[in-house]
Design a protein around this ligand. Sequence first.
Ligand SMILES: Nc1ncnc2c1ncn2[C@@H]1O[C@H](COP(=O)(O)OP(=O)(O)OP(=O)(O)O)[C@@H](O)[C@H]1O
Length: 273
Amino acid sequence: MIEVKNLSKEFEGHLVLNDISATFRKGIVNMIIGKSGSGKTVFLKCMVGLIRATSGEILYEGRNLLTMKPKEIKQLRREMGMLFQGSALFDSKTVLENVMFPLDMFSRLSKKERRQRAEFCLERVNLLQAAHLYPSEISGGMMKRAAIARAIALNPKYLFCDEPNSGLDPQTSQLIDGLLASIIKDFQITSVIVTHDMNSVMNIGDHIVFLNEGVKEWEGPKEKLNDSESEALKKFVFASDVFKKNMESQDESEQAKEEELIYKMQRENPKKE
Ligand SMILES: Nc1ncnc2c1ncn2[C@@H]1O[C@H](COP(=O)(O)OP(=O)(O)OP(=O)(O)O)[C@@H](O)[C@H]1O
């Protein structure tokens, strides 16, 4: 579990994150949503230690990142998988070599074991057949899958993703979403996924944190998004067609269920003439 407490970040006197607290539990899909400029990426970068927060606490199973010694931070980094915008694969390495890279750098496994682990990860994202290809020879969706395989190579406890679907078509996005969700659940990873894609939120989100102008306006389970009193959140979700469609089809299926129930009750208890 990661707990963020009263996190603030200032850039030259400009407050970009204002007193944010949030909890991210393991084995579920945690998502940070909000419109452009709301502070999602800065929040994520503070969480992984790429940007130093001005104040607050970031607790990894109770260990505060902001007061850790460099050695402890180094150790913690090895427990983190990261998937940032763009796939950031090495062009000069094959897909397999890319996935082996973190293992070569940080594990004590033998070459054969590193290769086996990389192949296992590629198999997990259904990309083993492309192991020998170079990034320039594969599609954007395949690159994303290779990047996911690389992010999970060291069997991370924590997985951070910034807009994992950026630049992908809707079908491939769905595939990547499904893959991330199943990996997070199967390996019981503590995840934090930044997105402004409501499709993804509706498809795989479990726990949602909504940021607005650097402030946490709402946090809760996806199913409760619609109950929020936050005007900014309502505006954000209803700006997305997918949410409206989803709610309409939920309404329709609720209505169909109600009609079915009334019909059943009428059949079981016919009115006596
Ligand atoms: N290094 C920096 N120095 C100064 N200001 C910054 C820096 N990085 C980000 N900001 C500011 O912080 C605010 C939040 O930016 P951030 O990138 O976190 O937004 P976001 O919600 O991720 O947006 P998007 O969805 O467009 O990526 C913006 O006003 C941005 O200009």
